[in-house]
Design a binder for this molecule. Structure first.
Ligand SMILES: [Zn+2]
Length: 402
């Protein structure tokens, strides 16, 4: 049985005044989602727990069947995995920004003028050695990068060096527990050595000459320990793949043992190439049991407070969904969290969820939206329940007891 799991990032909302008190899902023309709601079973889902605003990383861990409270310590590992760094359980990973500091280490630009050539700088950082640990640094998108420390006795319980504002000094990494003192020291040593290398790098000399802010410092945040996640095929007997643009989602899927497809043209933004994602999904469905298709733009529209952009993307995604209906036996639509355009941030409201396919006990829900799904036959589930329910409908559920 082939399964398509469509995850619409931040698509759920609250009633919006400019939409006449409807949510974007209620206002959008989306015949395919509504047809699936009629054919399937719907419900509401607390991705993490009732009233807890989920991060996209913890939400996706839950949607892949893990308990985020057990496996999540910080965002770093998922960004690093999404950037293609091969990680091992126990590694410490952090997110990094190339930034501009002055001679007193006061941050002048947290993104070094949104530098685009950071991979040349990352190359030079590869020579930095730290005693007793292996160091991996990779630049990712634009001014961003990821740092991984591998070795014995490391801890993720350290503070950010990123002050998250300009005009103040870059901070020292501090340990948050006794066992983290060495990790904090190593990170500060790396920062110091990186600053020396970057300060003298020809690319930065060139940038200074052209009046551009030099990328002469690395700011770290989001330290986390790479968790030991039982891969999806071992845990559920399901071979899975992921079609996504967002590094964070790719990272979660990669650590869950899924195949992660590269989709040129898929940006994670509002204008993402949905045709490219559709084609990648069709290819992935040929050789996998389950394909997770992630669309990020809803969240971006919500952070901008743009309700009509959200409605338009729902309608575009619905057309793409229509082109995928024939390729999967079972289709599930989930949302990772609510991002109301009125709030512009993730909130703890439950999200709508649906499963359509052979054997599902249909209910009376005829439309896929927040209010309609509240009357659905799935009732109210947790995010980590969704995959086991899908796996059981695939005929692969494992009996508990005799
Ligand atoms: Zn999200």
């Amino acid at each position: 049985m082939k399964v398509l799991l469509l995850i619409c990032d931040g698509m759920a909302d609250r009633p919006v005044a400019e939409l006449g008190g409807r949510t974007p899902l209620e206002a959008a023309e989306k015949p395919n989602m509504d047809e699936l709601a009629r054919r399937g079973v719907c419900g509401l889902m607390d991705t993490i727990a009732p009233g807890v605003p989920p991060g996209s990383d913890t939400a996706h861990l839950a949607l892949l069947g893990y308990d985020p409270y057990e496996v999540y310590t910080g965002r770093g590992p998922f960004e690093a995995a999404g950037a293609g760094i091969e990680l091992k359980p126990g590694d410490i990973a952090l997110r990094a920004n190339f930034a501009t500091v002055d001679e007193d280490l006061v941050v002048r630009d947290r993104r070094a003028g949104r530098i685009q050539e950071a991979d040349r700088l990352a190359e030079a950082l590869r020579g930095i050695k730290l005693r007793g640990v292996q160091v991996i640094f990779k630049s990712t998108v634009g001014h961003r990068g990821a740092l991984v420390l591998r070795g014995k006795g490391l801890s993720h319980e350290v503070t950010d060096s990123d002050p998250h504002q300009v005009g103040v000094r870059a901070m020292q990494v501090k340990p948050l527990s006794r066992g983290a003192a060495r990790t904090a020291r190593l990170l500060n040593e790396f920062s110091r050595k990186a600053h020396e290398v970057l300060e003298a790098h020809p690319l930065n000399e060139e940038r200074r000459r052209r009046g551009l802010p030099p990328a002469n410092y690395l700011l770290f945040r989001g330290a986390g320990m790479v968790p030991e996640l039982q891969p999806m095929d071992q845990r559920f007997g399901v071979k899975g793949a992921c079609v996504a643009a967002a590094a964070l989602v790719k990272g979660v899927c990669r650590l869950a043992g899924m195949e992660v497809l590269d989709v040129p043209g898929a940006t994670g933004g509002l204008n993402t190439d949905l045709d490219a994602k559709r084609d990648a999904t069709l290819r992935a469905l040929e050789r996998n049991d389950l394909v997770l298709l992630h669309v990020k733009g809803f969240d971006e529209a919500s952070h901008d407070g743009n309700a009509s952009a959200k409605v338009q993307l729902i309608e575009r995604v619905d057309r793409t969904l229509g082109e995928l209906l024939e390729a999967a036996d079972l289709i599930a639509i989930a949302v990772d969290h609510t991002t109301p355009v009125s709030v512009r941030e993730h909130t703890g409201d439950p999200v709508p969820v649906l499963i359509a396919g052979p054997g599902v006990r249909t209910d009376d829900v005829r439309r896929f939206d927040e209010r309609s799904c509240a009357r659905g036959g799935l009732g109210r589930i947790r995010g980590k329940d969704l995959l086991p329910i899908i796996v059981d409908l695939m005929g692969k559920g494992r009996k508990f007891g005799a």
